[in-house]
Ligand binder design. Sequence first.
Ligand SMILES: *Cc1c(COP(=O)(O)O)cnc(C)c1O
Length: 405
Amino acid sequence: MTKTEQIASLYSQFVIPTYASPSRALVKGKGTRVWDAEGHVYLDFIAGIAVSNVGHCHPKVVAAIRDQAGTLMHVSNLFYTELQGRLAEKLSALSLKGKCFFCNSGAEANEALIKLARLHGHARKRTEIISMTGSFHGRTLAALAATGQSKHQAGFEPMPKGFVHAPYNDLEAVRALVTDKTAAILVEAVQGEGGVIPADPAFLQGIRALCTERDILMLCDEVQCGLGRTGHWFGYQAAGIEPDAFSLAKALGSGLPIGAIVTSPRVADVFQPGKHGSTFGGNPVCVAASLAMLAVIEEENLVARASVAGARFQAGLQALVGNYEHVKAVRGAGLMLGLVLDQPAKPLVETLCGMGLISLATAESVVRFLPPLTVKDTEIDEALEIIEDAVAEWHGVARPQDEEG
Ligand SMILES: *Cc1c(COP(=O)(O)O)cnc(C)c1O
């Protein structure tokens, strides 16, 4: 039995199979690369699903975690910790200039946004949230109710009440759903799980105007597209607007579990003592990792780098579109890119993995790429070589340049 088979056997006996059985076990990561239990190396072009934005095991993040773990690993939120205050200050300064609440995951951050909207609308009996079809907001029940994909809800009905869905990028459809019961409109600036679909700037601007006009909260789910990935600190900034609050998780802890909501001053004090909470929220070790990660993004200028690296990667992917019949388009923003196929993406993703490149199949026919923002040009070029080899193999043809040479 190989090491991988031994691990797979443990999973098949003891781990609830919420994920399809992987064929590899990972044991180590550094920068853009990860190693499996059999000693193979991969370019991790999903960064642990938009988590390892500063690469795997960045030395400054590792040092901050080690330090804090040996100083104070946990305290209850019945006490202050300086680090939590400093992280809230930093996130606020980068965005809405209000306040933050810390939790442990993306779903939990969206639950907090939903509770904030309900509490804010409560006195006026405004309870309903409008979210978008194709959206993904997490697996807890209210986040699932907000999620606009019925495949994730199937079997868990009845869904919590108070959620309606409008087609993404269709402002008139959103407007048509607004009633005097509407508490908030929740939207991703780039839909990730939905197939790497950016919002039209005019769509976000239109929602902002509609929310202001009707006194509704505009909420953004920045769990996947936030923290530099799109070439902006936060995805909504591309549209030049500000939501009333937004959620973060994934990249926020650089690999440790932490989520947050960030609010504007207007709704910063909607939650009063006793109205919400979390045992681990703002855990000092996770917060130390977050602060170190944010410092790395600033020191290494990674927000701007995401645009430049993304443009290079996107251009390389775009070159496949004309040359291979089943590759239809490239879309996304910064280092959040999707290769749109006219067939299921899973077989190509598996081929890519066998060739040493990790990607993700999304929305059936999209190959999603989310490399670390620290990805080097040489690594992008290496990935593009692998992608073209895999795409050619998947089409059952030789690469055009191979024929010429
Ligand atoms: C991943 C994701 C979530 C859920 O985050 P978890 O930490 O898995 O709960 C929510 N919203 C978006 C946009 C996501 O990509």
